[in-house]
Ligand binder design. Structure first.
Ligand SMILES: [Zn+2]
Length: 134
């Protein structure tokens, strides 16, 4: 396992945009259809907006119609970690970056094959690194 990224809230605040900070550090959720990547079909690697870790690939991104970027699998099994979120009446599974702990979104079990999972991720938590043509 790689080293965990540890920063103070002050450091995060200085590095992130207010929207990124709200999502990654305060577990906020951006409004549906407002994020940069919800409809993006550009091939590339989605990295953590907080620490740059590789989280998702455009190859597992699909159109869920929810207004948030949706993936059926993370880039690798140890890229993200999950935790039960009891904030709502019906518990949800929260997803965060394994490297820096930044909140990404939630995972639901109504996704497509082969995993049946839907990683519902905030655009603000992601940074797309487009595939180069080289
Ligand atoms: Zn991260």
């Amino acid at each position: 396992m790689s080293e965990k990224v540890q920063k103070t809230e002050q450091e995060w605040k200085a590095e992130l945009t207010p929207e990124q900070y709200r999502v990654l550090r305060e577990k906020g959720t951006e409004r549906a259809f407002t994020g940069e990547y919800h409809a993006s079909k550009e091939p590339g690697v989605y990295r953590c907006a907080g620490c740059g870790a590789e989280l998702f690939s455009s190859e597992t991104k699909y159109e869920s119609g929810t207004g948030w970027p949706s993936f059926w699998d993370p880039a690798s099994q140890d890229a993200v970690e999950t935790e039960r979120d009891w904030k709502m009446l019906v518990p949800r599974t929260e997803v965060h970056c394994a490297a820096c702990g930044g909140h990404l979104g939630h995972v639901f079990s109504d996704g497509p094959h082969p995993t049946g999972l839907r990683y519902c991720i905030n655009s603000a938590a992601l940074e797309l690194e487009p595939d180069s043509d080289e």
